[in-house]
Design a protein around this ligand. Sequence first.
Ligand code: SAH
Ligand code: SF4
Ligand code: F3S
Length: 435
Amino acid sequence: MKEQSFYVKSYGCQMNVYDSEKISSFLTKEGMVENNDIYSADIVIFNTCNIREKAAQKVYSDIGRVVKKNNDKVIAVVGCVAQAENSEMFNRSSDIDIVLGPQSYHLLPKMIEDVKPNYKQLNTDFIINEKFDYLSEERKIKGISSFVTIQEGCDKFCAFCVVPFTRGPEYSRSINDIKLEVLQLTKQGAREIVLLGQNVNAYNSEMNENNSKLSDLIYELSEIIDLKRIRYTTSHPINMTDDLIKSHKDNDKLMPFLHLPVQSGSNNILKKMNRKYSVEFYKEVILKLKEAKPNIQISSDFIIGFPEETNKDFEETLKLIDEIEFTQSYSFIYSERPGTKAASINDELSNSEKTERLKILQSRLQEIQFNFNETFNNKFVKVLIENKSTSNSEYFFGRTPYMQAVYIKSKKLEPGSEVDVQINSCNHKSLYANF
Ligand code: SAH
Ligand code: SF4
Ligand code: F3S
């Protein structure tokens, strides 16, 4: 019999990208082959994101597009929309054969095998630690920089957010498992590891013998000689403990860049969001980080138009942006999510007002980002070379310690090497150099 081929499409955060890579290696081990063409694949797996309404809706139109060309295939929906919408997904699209939540991907091969016409497969159980036990197979690296999930889930319940419902309670992997995985990756050529978790700095392996914290894990990993750079994301401000801040000072492999989402610069809104910190607390954390590592750069997420956000609240967010000078950011208009606390607050702000605020905020953030990039003109900066640019083969792509994308015109660079390059131009998104 011909081998079954599969295609995995990922939406949402890096943790989904990581899970998709795991699903691919797992299915390959089960004898299936990865197909780079979504239309001819026998099985299409949509690894979905439920964070905003638009992201959640997208999967339905994508399924429609795929089955229109060829409806003789198995459609599996996995990830956060699968967890949240559950069996309701079958009612919304009769093309879906499998709905599987993020904790049980090891069940996928059996579910695929069991799919027959009108015999739908559903599993949205929370059996948290099993996931890592089953999906621990060696994974082929996709690049020089590799993601490793070290923590899943969230206990914080911010008023706007679905993650605690789709990913369940916080769970941390053991240091030994993580170390083994990182060693497998560096053996294949990975030189940067990005440690992932919905609350990565809440990492504490209470479930393992040595009760280690994220700072301990970072020190352990930094002993791997072939590993050049370590990053972690996404952190919550209340879990930025002193030991973790100190590791930014003491550990040269830990990059001077931190994604620390603040969401809003107004205490009034932070309270309604149930973020558990004040603007003053956030600024204090940044101050400590800058004391520990003076060149550290901070990036953030912002939610605009949270219910009852006044113009004054918004102005306070702009003020914070000017004070911190975030050098990267993601900003979104608030999206009401079913089942969350904020969904019950009356949202009276008009769409046009929200769009206007977002525009103002983004242009300010872009300006700051551009100004920061401009300070690199004519200067040398250490870049980790990742690959040849996909859009122009004369260029290599890499990143600075501060996560800036760099395009370098060169014939002699090696992916995986760290080189000092002199920047000759920039825009708000990228730096450019010759080598
Ligand atoms: N754990 C991280 C965030 C994970 S979700 C933290 O606490 O910061 C990623 C980002 O999506 C959030 O930082 C937030 O800015 C955005 N987001 C989450 N829910 C949203 C919603 N309902 N509407 C708009 N943006 C949302
Ligand atoms: Fe969502 Fe808040 Fe948890 Fe982040 S900390 S995943 S925003 S509930
Ligand atoms: Fe989206 Fe789930 Fe990640 S909702 S952002 S894919 S944790």
